[in-house]
Design a protein around this ligand. Structure first.
Ligand SMILES: *[C@@H]1O[C@H](CO)[C@@H](O)[C@H](O)[C@H]1NC(C)=O
Ligand SMILES: *[C@@H]1O[C@H](CO)[C@@H](O)[C@H](O)[C@H]1NC(C)=O
Ligand SMILES: *[C@@H]1O[C@H](CO)[C@@H](O)[C@H](O)[C@H]1NC(C)=O
Ligand SMILES: *[C@@H]1O[C@H](CO)[C@@H](O)[C@H](O)[C@H]1NC(C)=O
Length: 617
C-alpha cells in the first residue's frame, strides 16, 4: 500500500513526480525570497549603476539599502508614521521613537529627509514663586527679571521645566479665601501664598528663585530631582526654604495643617507653622547652590553691600556673580579641556572656526564682581584664572574621555568633498571615481572603533555620541554650513556664554576669523594646510553652502549623487542638524506656552517682558 500523506488532516496521495515538483517550487521560492530581500539585510553602501549613458555614470536614486526594499515583493505596504507636531525647523525634520538607535532613520520614518531622534526626556517641572504685586522701581524689576532668566536657564539646561508662579496661581487656589480671612503674620502670609501657588500646580518641586543647580548633570541630587518621584514631603537641611519636593497629596496635607494648626499664630514661615515631622529632612545637597541673604552676606560681602546701597545695581551684581559661578562650575568639570574635532585636518581649519570660536568663549573667564570666589556649595572650586585658560585642542578623532568636552562640526558630504579635495566644482564622475565613501565618519571614529568596521556600525556610535544620555552634557554638535555657532547655546549650557567678553582686565574683543592667527596645532592631530591652501578654504566653504541651498537642477543632481554615495556621512549630518533643531523647538514651544502666564493677570505687555526677562532670541 502506498504511503499516505496528510495535509490539514486529509489524506492526500502524491506521486513521486509531484513530490519533486513541490520541492523544486519550494526551492525556487526560497531562492527568490533570498535574492530580493537580501539588499535590505547586508549593511553596505549602494552599488553604483554600471550603466553609463553619454559618458556620465548615473547614480541610482536609492533611498538607502536598509529600508524595506521596494524590490521585495513580500514587503508589506506600510504607511509612514504620523508626522509628529512641531517636528520641522530650519530645513530639518524629525520623528521621535525609542528605536532611534538604528543606523538609518529612513528605514523607520520612510522619508529620506526625516531623521529619527530619541524621545525627548520628560522634564519635571520646578516652580519658583515671584511676587509680581510687590512695589519695585523699573531698574530693580529689570535686574530681578535678569536674575529670573538666569534661574530658568540654569534649570532648563539641567533637564527641568522651570516655571515661575505668581500670586495669580495662589489666588486661584480654593484655600486662598481661607488664608485671607485669618489673622496671621505678614511674613507667614507671603510664605503661604507661595505654598498655595505650588499646591495649585499639583506639587512637584518648589525652589527659591535664588537656588541654582550647580553641579554635573550626573550629580546624585539633580538625578534624584529629575526622576520626578518623591517619597514623602522633603526638605533639605540648611537650605531653609530653598527647596521642597513632594507629591500633590502630601503638599495639600501640609498646607491644610499650616492653615488650620494652632501653632501658626506666631509663626513667621511655613516651616515653623507645621509640626517638624511633616517633612523628611535630607542632609546632602551638594548639587545646588543657594544665594539667600544669609549666604550672600557671609560669603560675598561686596555684593551684599552693593544690594544694601542700591538694590537694582546690587541685584545685577548678584546675577553676574551667579552666572560666573555656573560657568566656573562647568569649567571645573572639564579638566582636560575642550576638544574641537577636526577629522580631516588638512583642509578644514576654516570650517571649524565657529566651533573654535565657541570653545574660546567657553574657556574664557566670565565677567564677575568677585573674580576668585567660589559657589557656596563648592568652596574648594578652582576659580577661572585668565593666565591659565581651559585647554583647547583640535584632535582628529572623537574620544570618549571623562573630563573632555567635545564640540563637533559635521560637514555635509558635499562640503567635505569640496574642501578635502580643494575642488570648487564637483561632478558625478569625480564622485564615482575619486571620492572615498563616508570618509568623515570613518576618520572620526577611528580611535574608538578602529578600522575595518562597516559604516552602519560607526553611525550608531556617532548617534550615541550626539544624542545619548551621557553625550548631551559632554558634547555639542552642529553642522559645518553655518557662519556662527548657534546663538541660543546659553540654554544648552545653562549660563550666559561670554560672547565678546573681556578677561576682566583687557578690553580687546575676540578677533574675527580673518584676523585670528591659525590656532596652535599639535602635530599629532594631523597635517596643517599650506598658507595658499588655507587661503582658499573660505571661498570653497562658501561654494559648498551655496550648493546646499541651490535649487538649480545641476546642483541638486550632484548633491543627490553625493548623498547617495555617502549614506552614512549624510545620515550623520542630518541627524546632528535635526537634534539641535529639535532642542531649539522644544525650548521655543515651552516659551510660547509659558509666556501666556507671565506676570499673572492684569499686567501689560511691557511688565510681562520685564517679569520674565529677555527670552533668549
Ligand atoms: C527631501 O529633500 C529634497 C531636497 O530638499 C527634496 O528634493 C526631496 O523631495 C525630499 N524628499 C522627501 C521624501 O520629502
Ligand atoms: C561614553 O562613555 C560613557 C560612560 O563612560 C558611556 O555611557 C557612553 O555610552 C559612551 N559613549 C560612546 C559614544 O561610546
Ligand atoms: C561681538 O563683536 C563683533 C565685532 O567686534 C560684533 O559685530 C558683534 O555684534 C558682537 N556680538 C555681540 C553679541 O555683542
Ligand atoms: C508648533 O506648532 C503650532 C501649530 O501646529 C504653531 O502654531 C507653533 O508656532 C509651533 N511652535 C514652534 C515653536 O514651532
Amino acid at each position: 500500500m502506498p504511503k499516505q500523506h496528510a495535509l490539514f488532516g486529509r489524506p492526500i496521495r502524491l506521486a513521486p513526480r509531484r513530490v519533486s515538483f513541490l520541492l523544486f517550487s519550494l526551492g525556487l521560492f526560497a531562492l527568490f525570497t533570498l535574492f530580493f530581500t537580501l539588499p535590505s539585510a547586508i549593511p553596505t553602501g549602494p552599488s553604483l549603476s554600471k550603466s553609463i549613458a553619454d559618458g556620465k555614470a548615473s547614480i541610482p536614486k536609492l533611498k538607502n539599502p536598509f529600508s524595506s526594499s521596494i524590490l521585495n515583493p513580500f514587503r508589506p505596504v506600510v504607511h509612514p508614521p504620523a508626522i509628529q507636531k512641531n517636528s520641522t525647523y530650519g530645513g530639518s525634520s524629525w520623528s521621535t521613537h525609542w528605536t532611534w538607535l538604528s543606523p538609518f532613520s529612513s528605514s523607520v520614518t520612510l522619508d529620506e529627509n526625516r531623521s529619527l531622534l530619541p524621545p525627548l526626556k520628560e522634564r519635571p517641572p520646578i516652580y519658583c514663586y515671584y511676587d509680581t504685586s510687590a512695589q519695585r522701581d523699573k531698574a530693580t524689576k529689570d535686574a530681578e527679571s535678569d536674575l529670573l532668566l538666569t534661574w530658568r536657564r540654569a534649570w532648563w539646561a539641567q533637564g527641568f521645566r522651570p516655571i515661575i508662579l505668581s500670586p495669580a496661581e495662589a489666588m486661584s487656589n480654593p484655600l486662598y479665601d481661607e488664608l485671607q480671612r485669618q489673622e496671621v503674620e505678614t511674613l507667614f502670609k507671603t510664605d503661604m501664598m507661595r505654598w498655595l501657588a505650588w499646591e495649585n500646580m499639583g506639587g512637584g518641586l518648589l525652589a527659591h528663585n535664588l537656588l541654582f543647580p550647580m553641579a554635573a548633570h550626573e550629580d546624585p541630587l539633580l538625578s534624584f530631582l529629575r526622576r520626578g518621584e518623591y517619597p514623602g514631603l522633603i526638605r533639605w537641611e540648611g537650605l531653609d526654604d530653598g527647596l521642597f519636593a513632594g507629591s500633590k497629596s502630601e503638599v495639600t496635607a501640609a498646607v491644610m495643617t499650616a492653615l488650620r494648626s494652632p501653632e501658626k499664630r506666631g509663626a513667621k514661615s511655613f516651616i515653623e507653622a507645621v509640626p517638624a515631622e511633616t517633612f523628611a529632612v535630607d542632609k546632602t545637597h551638594d548639587g545646588v547652590a543657594f544665594y539667600n541673604t544669609k549666604t550672600v552676606e557671609k560669603l560675598y560681602s561686596q555684593v551684599a553691600d552693593a544690594i544694601g546701597t542700591n538694590r537694582a545695581a546690587g541685584t545685577s551684581s548678584l546675577n553676574t556673580l551667579v552666572n560666573s559661578h555656573l560657568h566656573v562650575t562647568w569649567q571645573d568639570l572639564f579638566t582636560r579641556g575642550i576638544a574641537v574635532l577636526k577629522p580631516l585636518p588638512t583642509h578644514t581649519t576654516f570650517m571649524i572656526e565657529p566651533a573654535l570660536k565657541l570653545a574660546t568663549w567657553l574657556s574664557m573667564c566670565p565677567d564677575t564682581p568677585m573674580p576668585s570666589s567660589c559657589p557656596p556649595n563648592n568652596p574648594k572650586c578652582s576659580p577661572c584664572v585668565a593666565s591659565h585658560p581651559m585647554k583647547i585642542s583640535t584632535p582628529a578623532r572623537y574620544q570618549n574621555t571623562t573630563g573632555l568636552y567635545t564640540i563637533g562640526t559635521v560637514p555635509h558630504p558635499y562640503t567635505r568633498g569640496t574642501l578635502n579635495s580643494l575642488k570648487d566644482t564637483i561632478d558625478v564622475p569625480w564622485i564615482r571615481r575619486d571620492m572615498t565613501r563616508d570618509l568623515w565618519l570613518a576618520e572620526l571614529t577611528k580611535e574608538l572603533l578602529g578600522t575595518g568596521l562597516s559604516a552602519s556600525a560607526r553611525i550608531l556610535t556617532f548617534k550615541e555620541a550626539v544624542a545619548g544620555e551621557y553625550a548631551t552634557s559632554h558634547s555639542v554638535w552642529f553642522t559645518a554650513e553655518r557662519d556662527e555657532p548657534p546663538h541660543d547655546l546659553d540654554w544648552y549650557f545653562g549660563f550666559r556664554i561670554p560672547v565678546n567678553a573681556t578677561d576682566g582686565k583687557s578690553e580687546t574683543p575676540v578677533p574675527g576669523p580673518e584676523r585670528r592667527p591659525k590656532p596652535e596645532h599639535d602635530p599629532k592631530d594631523g597635517p596643517i594646510p599650506k598658507d595658499d591652501e588655507f587661503a582658499r578654504e573660505p571661498e570653497l566653504l562658501k561654494r559648498a553652502k551655496d550648493v546646499g541651498k541651490s535649487k538649480l537642477e545641476k546642483d541638486v543632481k550632484v548633491r543627490e549623487a553625493i548623498e547617495a554615495w555617502n549614506l552614512a556621512d549624510t545620515e550623520a549630518w542630518r541627524f546632528a542638524r535635526a537634534f539641535l533643531a529639535r532642542a531649539r523647538v522644544e525650548r521655543l514651544k515651552w516659551e510660547e506656552e509659558e509666556s501666556k502666564y507671565a506676570g499673572g493677570a492684569g499686567h501689560d505687555k511691557e511688565k510681562k517682558r520685564s517679569a520674565w526677562g529677555r527670552w533668549g532670541e
